[in-house]
Design a protein around this ligand. Structure first.
Ligand SMILES: NC(=O)c1ccc[n+]([C@@H]2O[C@H](COP(=O)([O-])OP(=O)(O)OC[C@H]3O[C@@H](n4cnc5c(N)ncnc54)[C@H](OP(=O)(O)O)[C@@H]3O)[C@@H](O)[C@H]2O)c1
Length: 257
């Protein structure tokens, strides 16, 4: 990604795409200086693979407790991370944690929708707000002239299911209404944040990871996590000013809003 190692924060890093992203970044020698792998239960059974990975890369991976739906938890995580960032700030924030509830208009409850918005929209918004000063520091400290994920960037992991156009074609066999509505809101949040942060030269974009075999994607999905993450990291490495506020998939193709 860069000749200068960067600092990265990934949410939902204990399994699925988040864990695979931590793995690929840590294994890419010299790419990352510090990687803050955030998850809500670092000492629980679902974080065992992350703990093992962190022991393999003790200089790089720092596991941090963060429940993206809890403002206090985000602030406490920031208190742990801030002193470890140094003068270079935070180069890359990946809002990866997500909640994928399967239900239709008839079956979705108020709580389903609130939980989906708390995780998929309000969480990313609060995390962006909390870490904005550190992204600004990174943007100022970087010698890279244009926007870049090596300089200062927020990548929000959304879904093609949040696309209005795609939903017209796919809703009849896959409702997932709270997921679609909240990911569409995450897309709008990204465009708004991109407009607001462009004065600071902080890039902000949305990625669709593909349909991936994880707990969210299910066993019938088209690709494995390794392929998805390899693709997303490649796409991130090519992003520049013209990709600010863009919606791309893991192969770099533009997605319809
Ligand atoms: N897989 C696909 O086909 C697909 C397609 C489109 C978009 N996506 C998106 O890709 C991202 C990663 O999903 P995945 O496929 O890797 O699914 P996954 O294996 O189910 O992982 C979801 C991650 O989000 C975390 N998470 C959920 N709620 C959280 C909270 N309140 N605080 C902190 N972490 C929380 C989970 O942590 P716990 O283990 O603690 O629950 C887990 O680490 C999500 O945003 C998802 O919507 C996936």
């Amino acid at each position: 990604m860069s000749s200068t190692p960067i600092t990265v924060l990934i949410t939902g890093a204990n399994k699925g795409l988040g864990l695979e992203m931590v793995r690929q970044l840590a294994e890419d020698k010299g790419r990352v200086k510090k990687l803050f792998a955030c998850c809500r239960d670092p000492d629980g059974p679902t974080a065992e693979a992350l703990q093992t990975l962190a022991k393999k890369f003790p200089e790089i991976i720092v596991i941090v407790t963060m429940d993206v739906t809890e403002q206090n938890s985000i602030q406490e995580a920031a208190k742990v991370i801030a002193p470890l960032l140094g003068s270079g700030g935070l180069n890359l924030l990946v809002n990866n944690a997500g909640l994928g509830l399967e239900s239709s208009l008839q079956t979705t409850t108020t709580k389903d929708m609130q939980d989906s918005f708390n995780t998929n929209v309000i969480g990313p918004m609060n995390i962006m707000k909390e870490f904005l000063p550190h992204l600004q520091t990174a943007a100022k400290a970087s010698k890279i002239s244009g926007m870049s994920c090596n300089k200062a960037a927020v990548i929000n992991i959304s879904a093609m299911d949040g696309s209005m156009d795609v939903t017209k074609e796919t809703y009849s066999y896959m409702a997932i209404l709270p997921f679609r509505v909240s990911k569409a809101a995450l897309n709008m949040l990204t465009v708004c944040a991109a407009e607001e942060m462009k004065k600071d030269k902080i890039l902000c974009s949305v990625l669709h990871p593909g349909w991936v075999r994880t707990d969210t994607g299910g066993p019938e999905a088209e690709i494995d996590a390794q392929t998805s993450v390899k693709g997303m990291l490649k796409v991130m490495s090519t992003m520049k000013d013209k990709h600010n506020g863009a919606f791309l998939d893991y192969e770099g193709s533009a997605m319809p809003w």
